[in-house]
Design a binder for this molecule. Structure first.
Ligand SMILES: Nc1ncnc2c1ncn2[C@@H]1O[C@H](COP(=O)(O)OP(=O)(O)OP(=O)(O)O)[C@@H](O)[C@H]1O
Ligand SMILES: O=C(O)C1=C[C@@H](O)[C@@H](O)[C@H](O)C1
Ligand SMILES: [Mg+2]
Length: 178
């Protein structure tokens, strides 16, 4: 049994931001699969997409997700598209408590519109792209999630508190019904 926490959700959901702070509070080691891929290749994600295409990136992502989900005592912020592969979803689910950070396409866009680091957002209509991605991926986020946390207009601190409380409730239920 592994006691990790894994954050899933679309680009801009706050996985990296919330993840880093939550890990500190829970005394877990923080990993971000996107950052691990960038450190290993030595280039930013947009460059990997340019050189190897999305398919090349997904291969690297699967390798990194396999390694990270096998670790213990970590908080893992996953790439937004990592749940697309069955193998990743299985590993993510088996690795610990999965939290889906959920927000609408409009809210997500407000958060990431000034950032050029997301290759899938370089389209003529990024809000529509986010809507399409959300529609296609929401069932996968829901499938893996143990907790669903709405992050719409909420401030980071409020979201952190909510996750903390929900995790405590989950723990109490688990201890009462082992
Ligand atoms: N609840 C929030 N309220 C306002 N801004 C937020 C919130 N959560 C995150 N942000 C901001 O939104 C931006 C995107 O957040 P972050 O990089 O954590 O998302 P992500 O889920 O890791 O995205 P990706 O899948 O692309 O890595 C950052 O600038 C962050 O500061
Ligand atoms: O939603 C996605 O498919 C992606 C999200 C980011 O975290 C990165 O993994 C990459 O930009 C692709
Ligand atoms: Mg991130």
């Amino acid at each position: 049994m592994q006691h990790n926490i894994i954050l899933v959700g679309l680009m801009g959901a706050g996985k990296s931001t919330i993840g880093r702070q939550l890990a500190r509070r829970l005394n877990l080691t923080f990993y971000d699969s996107d950052k691990v891929i960038e450190e290993r290749t030595g280039v930013p994600i947009p460059t990997i997409f340019e050189v190897e295409g999305e398919a090349g990136f997904r291969e690297r992502e699967e390798q990194v997700i396999a390694e990270l989900t096998a670790m213990q005592g970590i908080l893992l912020a996953t790439g937004g598209g990592s749940i697309l592969r069955d193998s990743n979803r299985e590993r993510i689910k088996a690795s610990g408590c999965v939290i889906y950070l959920r927000a609408s396409a409009d809210h997500l866009f407000q958060r990431i519109k000034h950032d050029q680091g997301r290759p899938l957002m370089q389209t003529a209509n990024p809000v529509q792209t986010l809507r399409d991605l959300l529609k296609a991926r929401e069932p996968y986020y829901m499938e893996v999630a143990d907790l669903i946390i709405p992050t719409g207009k909420q401030k980071v601190n409020v979201i952190l508190r909510e996750i903390h409380n929900k995790l405590k409730q989950l723990q109490e239920v688990t201890h009462a019904n082992p």
